[in-house]
Design a protein around this ligand. Structure first.
Ligand code: FES
Length: 131
């Protein structure tokens, strides 16, 4: 079940949430592999991805192409760039493809997707600085 399902949110004991939670995103164990989740944050909507290779990536939910808040429903994939495998996310609307490590638009013509570091503290994931 998704960690963002209403019942699991209600069942979450408040005492388990760390006191300094302004940048708290979610728990790693709540993320399904090969899937993205939308997360509300005071600075704006975010999208977090646990890839098929169990890597974590955090981006803004907003696609730079049109401003639509859709990136968490994007399609995870990878590409080979300069001989190296790079994980990617394709926007679900018009299929612009972005690198998840830098946010660069693979077509090289559009704006970049904002990407952020994820700070890991035990099972808790926090918003880190923008890359
Ligand atoms: S809204 Fe993302 S590519 Fe068009």
């Amino acid at each position: 079940m998704s960690p963002f399902h209403h019942d699991s949110m209600v069942a979450e004991p408040v005492s388990e949430i760390p006191a300094n939670n302004l940048d708290l995103l979610c728990r790693y164990s709540e993320l399904d592999p090969d899937w993205g989740e939308a997360i509300w944050h005071p600075d704006g909507q975010m999208a977090i991805f646990r890839t098929p290779w169990n890597d974590l990536h955090l981006t803004t939910q907003r696609c730079p192409s049109t401003g639509a808040n859709v990136m968490a429903r994007g399609i995870l994939g990878d590409a080979t760039i300069d001989g190296q495998r790079v994980e990617t996310i394709a926007c679900p609307l018009h299929k612009e493809v972005y690198r998840l490590d830098t946010g660069a638009n693979l077509a090289g013509t559009g704006a970049s997707l904002a990407v952020y570091d994820v700070r890991v503290v035990g099972d808790w994931l926090y918003l880190g600085p923008r890359r």
